[in-house]
Write a protein that binds this ligand. Structure first.
Ligand code: PMP
Length: 387
């Protein structure tokens, strides 16, 4: 295991003079904190003897019913029995990896992919093979070719890990045609799909995308989370899995943590029952859309020629590619000296890729700060190009 580059960055980037385009922290200030406070106090007063007791198994049944309703927004028809509550979707990633991976087994993942997942795969000694993406997400031909080549060479591919919607870190979304193709390829080659979807409801235009799980309940394990649609501090996420896999996940969960927090599960349940959660998600969407716009405008205005970036339609992240010859990691100390932070691209690859890339998040700073941060960063890049 190695310390995540993002964690090391948090310490520096939290200094008030630094504009952090690095961390992916949701802007929970937009939540009505007094309402959440009342709700938690009420929970203890009225249902304290349950809320403060051990839970276990698949998680609170009423919450699992509510999760089904949330997932229907993305076309998923699941029942509470298909769901296991987890400590954020990060725990689901850990448990899935734990039950499937023997050292040397292959996990396929987009290149780039979520650093937290890559860390988990590495901890269980999986061999991660990246699949190329473009601005429409994972490239199906690249996926098929990689699977054929790996299988022909005798590798055991345990699953494809994908974030199809508003990907972390690339900010791109798998289009509808490709969704069908990816499912078809995985079905044909016997590769399980693990669909990680914490940002799916944070789209900036139109209706939510249809989840992969909606079209292949037997071939897809779906991971969801309340971290971005409510608050990460509750640490409530979930996995939806075929029952044979679900049973193993429950055993693995119990050996890891014995029981989830009943308290936060019931608090999330109470929030969903008593509060206008759809409206709150809309508030988050509008807030993040404004910040996305601020970032894209600032990039257009300030970045020197030769820099390119993605244009996310939802989520938290823009993925930038620097001109030939520049290295984002080498740039970071200079950027911090100029009071702006980002995450270098290499943290999102298991194979040394991403040297010319950086992840810029627009979720946390106010729009004016985003503009100022991009201006500072552009200055650092320009200076580097002149050297
Ligand atoms: N998957 C992805 C793609 C993420 O971006 C994150 C959080 N940054 C997680 C999983 C984990 O989130 P949580 O454990 O808070 O649900």
């Amino acid at each position: 295991m190695v310390a995540s580059e993002i964690r090391a960055l948090f310490a520096v980037a939290s200094r008030p003079e630094v504009v952090s385009l690095g961390s992916g922290m949701p802007y929970i200030t937009a939540l009505p904190l007094d309402v959440v406070g009342d709700l938690v106090a009420d929970l203890v007063a009225t249902r304290g003897s349950v809320a403060l007791q051990y839970g276990g198994g698949q998680g609170d049944p009423a919450l699992r019913e509510q999760i089904c309703e949330v997932m229907r927004l993305e076309g998923i028809e699941a029942g509470p029995d298909d769901i296991m509550v987890t400590v954020g979707s990060q725990q689901a990633l850990d448990l899935i990896t734990r039950i499937f991976i023997d050292p040397g087994d292959v996990v396929l993942a987009e290149g780039p992919s979520y650093a937290g997942a890559l860390g988990t795969f590495a901890a269980y000694q999986a061999k991660v093979v990246h699949i190329a993406m473009d601005d429409q997400g994972l490239i199906p031909e690249a996926l098929a070719q990689t699977i054929y080549a790996l299988q022909a060479a005798g590798n055991r591919i345990k699953f494809l890990y994908t974030i199809p919607t508003f990907q972390n870190p690339a900010g791109v979304t798998l289009n509808e045609v490709r969704r069908r193709q990816v499912l078809e390829i995985c079905r044909r080659t016997g590769v399980l799909v693990v669909e990680d979807n914490p940002y799916g409801l944070l789209g900036f235009d139109g209706e939510p995308m249809r989840a992969l799980r909606a079209d292949d309940p037997d071939g897809v394990v779906y991971l969801g989370s309340f971290s971005k649609t409510l608050a990460p501090g509750f640490r409530v996420g979930w996995a939806v899995a075929p029952h044979a896999i679900r049973d193993k996940l429950v055993l693995a969960m119990e050996s890891a943590v014995l029981s989830h927090s009943t308290f936060t599960q019931l608090a999330v349940g109470q929030y969903l029952t008593t509060q206008p959660w759809r409206e709150q998600i809309k508030t988050f969407r509008e807030l993040y859309r404004e910040r996305r716009d601020a970032m894209l405008n600032a990039l257009e205005v300030f970045m020197p020629p030769g820099c390119t970036w993605t244009r996310p339609a939802g989520g938290f992240f823009v993925w930038m590619t620097l001109p030939e010859g520049l290295n984002s990691k080498a740039l970071l100390p200079r950027a911090i000296a100029e009071r702006v932070a980002f995450v270098p691209g290499t943290g999102f690859y298991s194979d040394g890729g991403g040297t010319r890339n950086m992840r810029l998040s627009f979720c946390y700073p106010e729009p004016d700060r985003i503009k100022e941060g991009v201006r500072r960063l552009a200055g650092v890049i320009e200076q580097e190009l002149r050297m």
